[in-house]
Design a protein around this ligand. Structure first.
Ligand SMILES: NC(=O)c1ccc[n+]([C@@H]2O[C@H](COP(=O)([O-])OP(=O)(O)OC[C@H]3O[C@@H](n4cnc5c(N)ncnc54)[C@H](O)[C@@H]3O)[C@@H](O)[C@H]2O)c1
Ligand SMILES: CC(C)[C@H](C(=O)O)[C@@H](O)C(=O)O
Ligand SMILES: [Mg+2]
Length: 357
């Protein structure tokens, strides 16, 4: 049986980091006889240059047929002046909505070797292990109506709609409760129920779901407080569940707890557990082409491919152990560099993970 992995390198540092993750997947494919086959396609700015669209039909077709997708990143300043519908980010959002990848899992784990790379005190972050469950195909990212209109006064007004249906909230709630059941049995639902009706309903539905998961302790927190608590005392959290935009922001914040945004992987799953996997960071145009980007978030995303879409837990753990080993060896890309460690390039980091496997 061949299982298809679609690689979507994208833009900026995307091709550099995906190349390292592909080598790692190739190696575990041999070691564990996984029967993986790989294909590559264009998305984002790279697809705009070639096909004049951020999500070519052929890419979408390949994505639908794949067992899992590994994406680097999309976007860059050269495409920022395009109309919204033609921008690279629409390629990513189009994949998420077309494949109904509503459940975005963003685990923020601090590798003990990186305690000094975090901008927070080691005692605040040591042992950190949080899972952010972000709703990914609804909320203000996709709500209608949206746009920029001209008012009678002649002034322009920009507007977006923050909307969730009950069923959208319920299905992401279930994913989060189930994640909590398999971890520390604590779930914090993050909302803005003191201001936004959508999230009043969100809170009600989470309370309602709690009855199905009596072993999980549910709490609620306003998003502004959650942002503060994440840097004050992040270890109070086990699983966090929240909507699309709050989850986008809080997961970048959580990334810094782990030392660098270059360390945070993610899985975006649909109801069939088909998934797209990507680092939480972007295309990092400021360092693209320099060979210094951290490939570990992408390599750890490849481990998540094996765990969540292919059920190959042993191979996933082997990759994670190899990452831990290279950190033990004192190898660091620039973003996680600290005194006494050895600074290495993107490629050298990838090669070290291969060797550790
Ligand atoms: N999933 C995605 O494809 C995705 C996610 C976020 C942003 N973006 C896009 O990326 C572009 C740049 O966005 P941004 O600058 O706000 O965010 P970014 O995540 O690309 O970069 C933020 C900062 O983190 C650094 N950084 C990011 N990844 C790194 C890595 N692996 N190793 C070392 N340093 C790393 C960058 O150098 C930069 O200083 C935009 O076009 C944005 O829309 C794409
Ligand atoms: C690039 C952008 C559309 C995307 C998002 O906002 O979801 C990114 O920031 C992310 O976190 O994956
Ligand atoms: Mg983001």
């Amino acid at each position: 049986m061949s299982r298809k992995i679609l690689m979507l390198p994208g833009d900026g540092i995307g091709p550099e980091i995906v190349a390292e993750a592909e080598k790692v997947l190739n190696k575990v494919n041999d070691q564990f006889s996984l029967g993986l086959s790989f294909e590559t396609a264009l998305v984002g700015g790279a697809a705009i240059e070639e096909d004049d669209t951020p999500l070519p039909e052929s890419t979408l077709e390949k994505a639908k047929e794949a067992d899992a997708i590994l994406l680097g990143a999309v976007g860059g300043p050269q495409w920022d002046s395009l109309p919204m519908a033609k921008r690279p980010e629409k390629g990513l959002l189009g994949l998420r909505s077309n494949l109904q990848l509503f459940a975005n899992l963003r685990p923020a784990i601090l590798y003990p070797q990186l305690a000094s790379a975090s901008s927070l005190k080691p005692e605040v972050v040591s042992g950190l292990d949080i899972m952010i469950v972000r709703e990914l195909t609804g909320g203000i990212y996709f709500g209608q109506p949206r746009g920029v209109r001209e008012l009678e006064s002649g002034e322009r007004q920009g507007y977006n709609t923050y909307a969730y249906t009950e069923s959208e909230i319920r299905r992401i709630g279930r994913v989060a409760f189930e994640a909590a059941q398999q971890r520390g049995k604590k779930l914090c639902s993050v909302d803005k129920a003191n201001v936004l009706e959508v999230t009043v309903m969100w809170r009600e539905i989470m309370e309602d779901l709690k009855r199905e998961y009596p072993d999980v302790e549910l709490s609620h927190m306003y998003v502004d407080n959650a942002a503060m608590q994440l840097v004050r005392a992040p270890k109070q959290f086990d699983v966090i569940v929240t909507g699309n935009m709050f989850g986008d922001i809080l997961s970048d914040e959580a990334a810094m707890l782990t030392g660098s945004i270059g360390m945070l992987p993610s899985a975006s799953l649909n109801a069939q557990k088909q998934g797209m996997y990507e680092p939480c960071h972007g295309s990092a145009p400021d360092i693209a082409g320099k060979g210094i980007a951290n490939p570990l978030a992408t390599i750890l995303s490849a481990a998540m491919v094996l765990r969540y879409s292919l059920g190959e837990e042993k191979a996933a753990e082997a990759i994670e152990a190899a990452v831990s080993k290279v950190l033990d060896q004192g190898l660091r890309t620039a973003d996680i560099m600290s005194e006494g460690a050895e600074k290495v390039s993107t490629r050298a980091m990838g090669e070290a993970v291969l060797a550790a496997l």
